[in-house]
Design a protein around this ligand. Structure first.
Ligand code: C2E
Ligand code: CA
Ligand code: CA
Ligand code: CA
Length: 277
């Protein structure tokens, strides 16, 4: 029987077997990394560009390697989504964020923390009940937890996502529409947005990159936010010229290397959270 089993492998496309093998290895690597707490969250400040005040932080996933390098989310998140391990990974991110917020609350640090949520994670049956459970385990002000959800929601899922966002908002969480302008946009969708419980729109970095020369899309997004009466934040602000353009056009909130790169929590706290008297 063993021999037969061995021979059967010959029926598969060798490259396919290799791919399957690779996927299985990657899947267990990610699961093991979660279990062994190898992941960490870096924090990047979000600022009021007018007053230079730090308003909060975005938590960004990092995977430190033995050699000291950091694996970035672009390598981990899409893979985790494809392999079906985005839920345990996303749950770890949410829990770690709650731990940070609980710690901050204890230390008198009043900043909110923004967490990226994969739509796949959001659409899980037990997402809300899991979140409620987390909020019981970590008694934090739910208003301090901001969920950044990318706008790239498939039209089929739109109704379901709308319902979920309302529920999350009712729990007191803040909802941020991430990467605005990148995904599904139609006039009908904008109509939906009007009744959505969204607290902030973030303009994707790719549109900020073009400033101050190519400003058409940022102007459009800015006027949409005006119509919807929603505040906006610019992502990926790197230059004084970009910041100046944004401020001149009434966009006060920003995030980017001009202010700070994502930092390890300790470094973030040392730099942006002065000890409370
Ligand atoms: P995002 O949500 O759009 O996050 C902003 C990305 O831009 C981050 O990349 C950040 O490090 C980077 N960034 C911020 N300011 C600048 C700048 O001035 N210049 C440049 N060149 N880059 C800047 P990062 O950390 O590599 O994350 C990439 C994406 O991965 C995020 O995009 C987000 O969609 C996703 N992601 C990150 N952490 C998580 C997570 O915990 N869960 C989930 N589901 N997705 C995550
Ligand atoms: Ca984000
Ligand atoms: Ca995003
Ligand atoms: Ca983005």
């Amino acid at each position: 029987a063993h021999r037969e089993g061995k021979n059967q492998i010959l029926f598969f496309e060798p490259s396919l077997t290799e791919r399957t093998q690779k996927r299985l290895t990657q899947e267990s690597e990610i699961l093991l990394a979660i279990e062994q707490r190898q992941f960490t969250l870096f924090l990047q400040p979000q600022v009021d560009m007018q007053t230079h005040q730090v308003l909060g932080a975005e938590a960004l996933l990092r995977w430190p390697q033995r050699d000291g390098s950091l694996v970035l989310p672009a390598e981990v998140i899409p893979l985790a989504e494809e392999l079906g391990v985005i839920v345990p990974l996303g749950n770890w991110v949410l829990e770690e964020s709650c731990r940070i917020l609980a710690r901050w609350q204890h230390q008198g640090i009043k900043l909110p923390l923004a967490v990226n949520i994969s739509v796949l994670q959001l659409l899980q049956q037990d997402f809300i009940s899991h979140l409620k459970q987390l909020l019981v385990q970590h008694p934090i002000d739910p208003g301090k937890l901001q969920l950044e959800i990318t706008e790239t929601v498939r039209i089929n899922d739109l109704e379901q996502v709308l319902g979920l966002l309302r529920e999350l908002h009712d729990l007191g969480l803040s909802i941020v529409l991430d990467d605005f302008g990148m995904g599904y946009s139609s006039l009908n969708y904008l109509n939906h947005l009007k009744c959505l419980p969204i607290d902030l729109i973030k303009i994707d970095k790719s549109f900020i990159d073009g400033l101050p020369q190519d400003d058409a899309i940022v102007r459009i997004i800015s006027s949409i936010s005006g119509v919807l009466n929603l505040p906006i934040m610019a992502e990926g602000v790197e230059t004084d010229a970009q910041r100046d353009w944004l401020l001149q056009h009434g966009i006060r909130y920003g995030q980017g290397f001009l202010f700070a790169e994502p930092l390890a929590r300790e470094a973030f706290e040392a730099r942006f959270c002065p000890p409370v008297q």
